[in-house]
Design a protein around this ligand. Structure first.
Ligand code: NCD
Ligand code: ZN
Length: 481
């Protein structure tokens, strides 16, 4: 059968495709949710629908490996429908949702409930994280069987008060996860350091926004990254460092990569575009963990993305209500803010400003996350046979971010009032429009699917398996005379 005999579902013509190494004019044909053909317009099959993308760029939909959609538990902040609608408006076609919901995702039952919620509400595809902590230690198998994209380990305190495991528990948890090949994403901030400093600052009466930064200097993150990398190296577990916020974290990250640890890192727009200079004006609105730091961190973090030390861009989309973000006393302000909807516009604006390329962006936002979580080339690529997950973007349109107009329930962010020079116009998820002409496509609600069952991680390379907790406490070893 030649392509001329096939009737495609959609042909997009006139646009410029952005791949990880090139930009080129081509048409794209989509059938049954997958990319059927890419090439000259004359070579495309007949289609039941056409989209004119003249003047627009065609990117693989972004994969945001770090969002908090709050469902179940905190509907005043967000739910899976509003969160994934925000993703669709941001050109994001797959999200990985964090487990600090209510209940937290730490056993098969809570995971099953979240799968039910997500599969009925999601406008885009998703993966679900499970908590890696002392409470889930005996549930690793059932969580993997229940369908997760990976584990999330909170080394520092977090919204939802998930207790951070001791280093001893972390080692045992890494030993158990290593042979499964699943990646462990870490909130790498060492609890004991920042708790001690926060207590002292509170006792002396500090309640101003910069006290939050004073409680969590970069060493809080550096110590955690080093420790996590040591445990990963020892056990062979795969790890991912979430929200890299400082220059100082780059050395332990790069060192671990040099030693052959399977470690990846993400940063977020807030650590590239905001700085300590913004606390005075934005106050609690920019309170986030890890904190937005001194401006001298911005350039080295950007450079680390460019040179590949940092692998990808994510958002840590962490919505809270206006009341929760505007309290006077900084210690009572909820940490985090939305980002899934504005990441692509802000990053494309920054790319233009710094002279990077759209191809760089495609590597950081789509290809790299897909590869690191075993989804490539089904996800994160515009290739024949890939899922038709596509962001069609105007990269030449100046507009101003307005929190009142976003899809997220949160309606308060530090991005309000910032100017961007790019905007996703259409977002397609497995061949279906989730957003078209900046309008949410209601029939795409519930279209999103969990990506765990298309995940193929490379075989695990377990180390020191003869010395694990399991090995040294097994019956055979302990049966001495
Ligand atoms: C996150 C949240 O609100 O869930 N907040 C944040 O400041 N980043 C939790 C987290 O990732 O620590
Ligand atoms: Zn975090």
């Amino acid at each position: 059968m030649t392509t001329s005999e096939v009737i495609a579902d959609l042909v997009i013509h006139g646009g410029t495709i952005v791949s990880p190494d090139a930009e080129y004019q081509a048409s794209v044909a989509i059938k049954d949710g997958m990319i059927l053909a890419i090439g000259k317009r004359q070579a495309m099959p007949q289609a039941s629908d056409y989209l004119d993308a003249t003047g627009l760029h065609i990117l693989p939909g972004a994969i945001d490996v770090h969002v908090h959609f709050r469902d179940p538990g905190y509907p005043q902040k967000e739910d899976f429908a509003s969160g994934t609608a925000a993703a669709a408006f941001g050109g994001v076609t797959t999200v990985f949702d964090m487990p600090n919901t209510l209940p937290a995702i730490s056993d098969a039952k809570s995971l099953r409930e979240k799968h039910e919620i997500a599969s009925t509400k999601a406008h885009v595809d998703y993966g679900l994280y499970a908590v890696l902590g002392e409470e889930s230690l005996t549930n690793i198998g059932e969580l993997i069987d229940g369908g997760i994209i990976g584990f999330k380990c909170y080394m520092g305190n977090t919204f939802g008060r998930i207790p951070s495991p001791t280093t001893g528990a972390m080692l045992e948890l890494f030993e158990i996860v290593a042979p499964t090949g699943k990646r462990i994403s870490l909130h790498a901030e060492t609890n004991s350091i920042m708790e001690r400093r926060e207590a002292r600052l509170r006792r002396m009466g500090r309640t101003d926004p910069l006290a939050h930064l004073a409680a969590r200097p970069a060493v809080v993150a550096v110590e955690a990254v080093e420790r996590a990398a040591t445990l990963a190296e020892w056990t062979g577990a795969r790890i991912h460092i979430l929200h890299i916020s400082s220059t100082a974290e780059l050395r332990p990250l790069a060192d671990a990569k040099d030693r052959g640890v399977d470690i990846t890192g993400e940063t977020c727009p807030q650590y590239l575009l905001l700085s300590a200079d913004d606390y005075e004006a934005k106050r609690g609105v920019i309170r986030v963990n890890p904190p937005v730091r001194e401006a001298e961190n911005n350039d080295p973090i950007w450079q680390a993305l460019v040179d590949g030390t940092i692998d990808m861009i994510a958002t840590d989309h962490a919505p809270h209500s206006i009341e929760e973000k505007t309290r006077e006393d900084i210690w009572t302000v909820d940490c985090g803010f939305p980002g899934v909807e504005t990441q692509m516009p802000l990053m494309l604006t920054e790319i233009a400003r710094r002279g990077a390329s759209l191809s760089d962006y495609v590597r950081w936002s789509a290809e790299s996350p897909a590869k690191r979580w075993g989804l490539f080339p089904r996800k994160g690529a515009l290739m024949v046979g890939s899922d038709a997950d596509i962001a069609i973007v105007d990269t030449n349109l100046t507009w101003t971010i307005d929190d009142a107009l976003t899809q997220s329930t949160a309606r308060i962010s530090p991005w309000h009032g910032m100017e961007a020079t790019a905007l996703p116009i259409h977002t397609i998820v497995r061949g279906k429009f989730a957003m078209k002409d900046r309008k949410l496509q209601e029939d795409a609600r519930g279209w999103g699917r969990s990506v765990h069952d298309i995940q193929v991680m490379p075989p695990a390379e377990v180390r020191n398996s003869d010395q694990t907790m399991e090995a040294v406490t097994s019956a055979r070893r302990s049966a001495t005379t």
